[in-house]
Design a protein around this ligand. Structure first.
Ligand code: 9PG
Length: 535
């Protein structure tokens, strides 16, 4: 069997090995193993899509996150119950000497696990091989160096997005949520005044339904007027859409059921549950669906939006029966290619809820973690549901920090930072950590309503947007930012411990009940509407 030699380490590989790359090897085989020279100290888990967990942990499988109903929306549902530590496309182990061994895919439908003292890699669809040439990279050494070599190989294989200066974005989500309307946005855009935002991005809440992408009754002047209003302030107009899903009650789903992915028994595949309804996934191999998708992208551009935050994209890669029998990641990439071609190269494509490897080269920016929120961590989500993908500052920082290695490939979006002290339970230190994460990622966005800022907070937003920071990584989670020491370690522990309380069985049961989830989301909406009336 071939031996991979890395200075002091010899690793026995069961696969074909080709010429050494600088600092690693290229490997091929649809089922490969690397025998570890000693038991590892840690394992690097890499989740499927933007919101899925990426982290180092002890070399064991993590608890199955709950609720199960959310699996399609938060993790790769095919591997939700995988017994060994698993990773989509890549996995790595850390040794006592501080070096790591990475096994990383150079193809779309590849998986890695740690099992029986080996890193193992396999193709999910070996008989429908879509990976030309060598399909794996194996690298050993300091983490930063190994991941950097891997990123370069991925860029050569899939292409790169934008890596120059990113836009500074104001986004409507993390203050108004779906409670946006024409008046409040117009008032907010005015109050933002001369602050140096490049993009004003309208998030969820403008559309009739998810699937029916026309202005709803809260936007009587229409989408073109909305875009024009933003452009008149000298900024780019940004818009959120989730073009690869539809809610059950949408006209799109009702009128074109054949455009949606089904399972082998003919039922629609669940893309999760949100907006109080089940979600379904567009079949991005179906000609009718693709034609509709391209027309939608052109429509949005014609309205005048040229920064598109396209969300819930994972749905196109869910397992199921499609019009064409492609591996699910290839179907996904086909959908993204159609989106990209239709929107044009001059539009900015921010991919969210997006598969990581299969999005490379087609989008400009990628959300690299779950949503932030105006709180640090939910006790219930972390310690009863063991769910590290739900909104919260800590979850967002943890996963984004473990995806910084993607920065040479495209803009990495860690989600927004907060500056407000009103309507938040984040401490000033926690706000500062989110702001510093934005500086590290060089992707600066906020959703704060200017009406909520004190004069000093408004000034700190201006400074944040205007000043280009000098960032130097000094350790795994430590940085020097403009000469200040910044340590993200407080967000790094993985929620493992189950805290059993009297409420535990109810929380676990309730998380699977659609009517309870619907009730809770309506309650949340009510609270936000209330906040709006105070403005
Ligand atoms: C709009 C939002 C914002 C946000 C996106 C996305 O149910 N979920 O697990 C879930 C996860 C993320 C999410 C919504 C629901 O947020 O990341 O920035 O655009 O959609 O609805």
């Amino acid at each position: 069997m071939p031996i991979l030699s890395f200075d002091e380490r010899q690793i026995i590989a069961d696969c074909e090995v080709s010429t050494p790359e600088s600092g690693g090897y290229l490997l091929s085989g649809s089922n490969i193993t690397l025998a570890l020279p000693e038991p590892p100290r840690s394992y690097y888990h890499h989740g499927w899509q933007s919101w899925s967990l990426a982290t180092w942990s002890a070399p064991r499988a993590l608890p199955v996150q709950k609720p199960e109903m959310y699996h399609p929306l938060q993790i790769d549902p095919v591997y939700a119950h995988h017994p060994s530590p698993h990773g989509n496309w890549l996995g790595a182990v850390g040794f006592d000497d501080g070096n790591i061994l990475l096994l990383g895919a150079l193809g779309l439908d590849l998986h890695v696990q740690l099992r029986d003292g080996k890193l193992q890699g396999w193709y999910e669809s070996p008989t429908r091989n879509i990976t030309p040439g060598s399909s794996w990279f194996a690298g050993y050494g300091p983490e930063h160096q190994v991941f950097n070599t891997y990123a370069q190989l991925l860029g050569d294989r899939f292409g790169r997005g934008r890596v120059g200066k990113s836009y500074r974005v104001w986004c409507s989500w993390y203050s108004l949520y779906t409670a946006i309307d024409e008046q409040i946005l117009s008032k907010t855009f005015q109050s933002l005044g001369e602050l140096p935002f490049d993009v004003l991005q309208v998030d969820d809440g403008w559309q009739i339904k998810v699937g029916d992408w026309q202005a709803n009754e809260k936007f009587p002047s229409g989408m073109e007027a909305l875009a024009n209003g933003i452009r008149a302030t000298g900024r780019k107009a940004g818009l959120w859409l989730a073009p690869l899903i539809a809610v059950e009650s949408s006209s799109l789903f009702q009128q074109h059921p054949s455009w949606f992915i089904r399972n082998s028994t003919g039922n629609f595949v669940s893309a999760g549950f949100n907006w109080g309804e089940p979600l379904y996934a567009l079949d991005t191999t179906h000609p009718g669906a693709l034609e509709w998708l391209a027309a939608l992208m052109k429509q949005v551009r014609a309205w005048g939006f040229d920064y598109l935050k396209l969300d819930f994209l994972y749905a196109a890669a869910l397992p199921g029966v499609r019009h064409l029998d492609l591996p699910r990641e290839a179907a996904y990439r086909n959908g993204l290619q159609v989106i990209r071609d239709a929107m044009g190269e001059d539009a900015y494509f921010l991919a969210c809820g997006a598969l990581i490897l299969p999005s490379l080269g087609l989008c400009d920016g990628l959300r690299i973690g779950p949503d932030v929120a105006d709180f640090w961590e939910s006790e219930r989500d972390a310690h009863i549901l063991c769910n590290p993908t739900t909104p919260g500052a800590k979850n967002a920082i943890r996963t984004s920090m473990h995806r910084l290695w993607l920065a040479p490939l495209l803009h990495t979006d860690p989600d927004v930072a907060y500056f407000r002290s009103k309507h938040t339970s984040l401490t000033p230190e926690q706000n500062a950590l989110l702001q510093d994460l934005a500086r590290v990622c060089n992707f600066k966005a906020t959703s704060d309503l200017p009406q909520w800022w004190t004069d000093a907070e408004r000034q700190s937003v201006r400074d944040f947007l205007e000043q280009e920071s000098v960032v130097k990584r000094t350790g795994c989670y430590t940085f020097k930012i403009d000469g200040r020491e910044v340590d993200f370690s407080s967000a790094m522990d993985v929620p493992l411990a189950r805290k059993i309380s009297l409420a535990t069985p109810f929380v676990l049961w309730g998380g699977e009940q659609k009517w309870i989830l619907h009730f809770l989301s309506e309650k949340e909406r009510g609270k936000i509407e209330q906040k709006k009336t105070e403005l």
